[in-house]
Design a protein around this ligand. Structure first.
Ligand code: NAD
Ligand code: UDP
Length: 319
């Protein structure tokens, strides 16, 4: 039985990855410090003999006695609201945390995949974004703490690959959604769905002409799974290329949820990327992967999840 360490295990993507690798017959060690995660996301795994949980901040030295075959480093705040609130922790988990995990991978002779992001392209001047685009990031802008941590993460990962021969993989994840996203994490899908459920107006930032391309979590997990098992060390985009403007997306959510509320406009956050769409030719060619779940289907599953939350969860305000 192979052992895999998954950091960020109590988060949205990390918890789905734990489920997938348990299902594939791995022993999973989940690690998290709950800074943006939730115990509830992994509570169903705690009695599973093939799952072990370690409450640990990955920016501190990581000691694991047993052998480890694979590492997925997914610990990091991921929503703009989160990383603006905890900027230093965001920089540390991408830099010191990644350094610790690469050191662990080297010591254990394990293969490591790190979670990078479309944010490394910043406010892109190339559209759609291909892996060979270097990006357009404001290092000292408010989003710089996340973008530059992730860019450093890619650099140190390639350095460990080149200089230490560590087997590394880099996934550039584009906006991914699904059950277990935190209702109040400020990302646009939980924000709109929470507003619809509470009977509030939907807040579109700017004039809503900025675009995103939303990928359903099961498709994302499948892409990550295939990339981990591939032999390709350079970055690979995984996302759904179906692009939509945020104002059109708000209209879709109004239709889906049946809310009678309207759209209201708020200021566009500083350095909010104006367009984003993955070019997934490389993933198609290398991994034979492409997304299967359309937005209509994925949003319905996600809305059903948010509808199942308790009143307390729905009204719990973090910001
Ligand atoms: P999330 O906030 O739900 O999960 C992140 C998890 O990491 C949380 O459980 C949090 O408690 C944990 N964590 C943060 N700092 C930690 C630390 N120092 N030590 C231990 N645990 C720590 O976010 P997510 O959407 O699941 O994102 C997971 C990863 O995927 C992140 O690295 C993120 O940058 C990347 N990513 C996600 C998306 C997306 O659309 N969801 C897009 C691009 C990249
Ligand atoms: N957004 C919005 N209203 C909200 C939350 C977000 O219009 O209540 C916009 C945000 O400005 C951005 C897009 O939706 O243009 C996606 O934001 P999100 O935080 O989900 O992800 P990211 O900006 O990191 O892609």
């Amino acid at each position: 039985m192979k052992t895999i360490l998954i950091t960020g295990a109590a988060g949205f993507l990390g918890s789905h990855l734990c489920d997938r690798f348990i299902k594939e017959g791995y022993k999973v060690i989940g690690m998290d410090n709950f800074i943006t995660g939730d115990k509830k996301n992994i509570s169903h795994l705690l009695d599973n003999l093939n799952f072990q949980f370690i409450n640990h901040d990955v920016t501190e030295y990581i000691a694991i006695d047993e052998s480890v075959d694979y590492i997925l480093h997914f610990a990091s705040p991921a929503s703009p609201i989160d990383y603006l609130k905890i900027p230093i922790q965001t920089l540390k988990v991408g830099s010191l945390g990644t350094h610790n995990l690469l050191g662990l991978a080297k010591a254990k002779n394990a293969r490591i995949l790190i979670a990078s992001t479309s944010e490394i392209y910043g406010d892109p001047l190339v559209h759609p974004q291909t892996e060979d685009y270097y990006g357009n990031v404001n290092t000292i802008g408010p989003r710089g703490v996340y973008d530059e941590a992730k860019r450093f993460q890619e650099s140190i990962t390639m350095a460990y690959h080149t200089f230490h021969g560590v087997e590394t993989r880099i996934v550039r994840i584009f906006n991914t959604y699904g059950p277990r996203m935190r209702l109040n994490d400020g990302r646009v899908i939980p924000a709109f769905m929470g507003q619809a459920l509470r009977g509030e107006d939907l807040t579109v930032f700017g004039d809503g002409s900025q675009t995103r391309s939303f990928c359903y979590v099961d498709d994302q997990v499948e892409g990550i799974y295939r990339l981990l098992l591939s032999d390709y060390a350079k970055p690979v985009n995984i996302g759904n290329p179906h692009e939509i403007s945020i104002s059109d997306f708000a209209e879709e959510i109004i239709k889906l949820t049946g809310t009678t509320q309207k759209v209201i406009y708020k200021d566009l956050p500083v350095n909010d990327p104006m367009q984003r769409q993955p070019d997934i030719s490389l993933a198609k060619k290398l991994l034979g992967w492409e997304p299967k779940v359309g937005r209509e289907e994925g949003m319905k599953i996600t809305f059903d999840y948010f509808k199942s939350l308790t009143e307390d969860e729905l009204y719990k305000s973090e910001h």
